[in-house]
Ligand binder design. Structure first.
Ligand code: SF4
Length: 335
């Protein structure tokens, strides 16, 4: 029997189309949203100034990169999945991204769900998160979460949802997308802690009204956190201690070169990989190869090397040193 395969662009073209369309789909989602209130998800950041700047200078931050946007999208996609999973397990939840607002403190947020069967389980807030971080996947208690910047923000968010909604219990349901495990963490209302968040909100509100650029708010001095902060070097230049031996240069020319180098880096890597691939492909095709608008000359190069016994070579060895520079970008994150 003869199988007829329909004519078309083919699997290679389809694969390429999907890659490009997905990247462009993610890029289209990147946007900077105005922030005119204290978001529950921001108030638990270890740096009070960061919570203030997220609101006061939201329009000054650079858009997130594609990698981070993919993580945000993953979170959005996972929420209905986890809800369905809970329902498959017989745990009914109610409410969907319910907007919560506490005008007196100018706090807003979106609480995911609440347990529907209150007679059976009690009144419980449900907050859904997703992670690819093995550290979160091992968490069993709220304290396990609180060891990290992101975990502390999650904890604070849930505390505020409980306080604002008059609940005293919550569960965080974190789906580990790598192991497809549900990490479920019970959280009790810690009234004293939640109060500190309200006090922070009050200080931020006062700073916004006074228009004095967050004067008096607490800053942290933590290179690990500051280097990932979108306000670092834009609206905030803390005297961060990067440790001994660090020289901080205010050299606009050098910074411009480094920025351009950063822009070109992905293209340079792609060029190097393609250059090797092309040369490997034509090496054995003859001395002169023409393909499309390109000509490649293959020349045999002969190198002379002397084999010297190690004990003789050792007599002529000298030591020299040079400076090796490795450049990395001080920025965001990849939660
Ligand atoms: S750069 Fe550091 S000190 Fe400034 S807002 Fe960000 S985290 Fe806080």
């Amino acid at each position: 029997m003869t199988t007829t395969v329909a004519a078309g662009a083919g699997a290679e073209a389809l694969a390429e189309a999907i890659r490009e369309r997905f990247a462009s789909h993610i890029r289209e989602k990147i946007r900077i949203s105005p922030q005119h209130s204290n978001r529950a998800s921001s108030l638990g950041h270890p740096c009070e100034m960061r919570s203030y700047l997220d609101r006061a200078k939201w329009d000054k931050v650079a858009p997130v990169d594609e990698g981070l946007q993919r993580i945000f999208e993953r979170g959005n996609e996972m929420e209905p999945v986890v809800r369905r999973l809970l329902e498959d397990l017989g745990i009914r939840v109610t409410g969907e991204q319910m907007a919560v607002k506490w005008g007196a403190f100018q706090i807003t947020g979106h609480n995911d769900f609440r347990i529907a069967d209150t007679d059976k389980w009690g009144r419980i807030v449900v907050e859904i998160k997703s992670t690819g971080n093995p550290k979160f996947a091992k968490a069993r208690t709220a304290e396990d979460l609180r060891g990290s910047e992101l975990g502390e923000k999650w904890y604070a968010q849930v505390q505020l949802y409980m306080l604002l909604g008059n609940y005293d219990q919550a569960i965080m349901v974190i789906i580990d997308v790598l192991s497809w495990q549900l990490v479920v963490i019970p959280v009790a209302l810690d009234y004293e802690y939640a109060e500190t968040l309200l006090k922070r909100a009050e200080r931020i509100n006062a700073a916004i009204t006074s228009k004095r650029d967050g004067e008096g708010l607490a800053l942290i001095n933590n290179p690990k956190i500051c280097r990932r902060c979108p306000h670092y070097g834009v609206s905030c230049t803390p005297s961060v201690n990067f440790g001994d031996g660090v020289t901080v240069l205010a050299d606009d020319g050098l910074t411009a070169m480094l920025d351009r180098r950063g822009e070109l880096e992905p293209a340079a890597k792609e060029f190097a990989a393609l250059d090797t691939e092309v040369k490997d492909a034509v090496k054995t095709k003859g001395e002169m190869v023409i393909a499309g608008d390109w000509m490649i000359e293959n020349t045999e190069v002969t190198q002379k090397r002397s084999k010297v016994p190690p004990e003789i070579a050792a007599q002529y060895q000298t030591t020299s040193s040079y400076v090796k520079s490795h450049i990395t970008r001080l920025e965001s994150p990849k939660p």
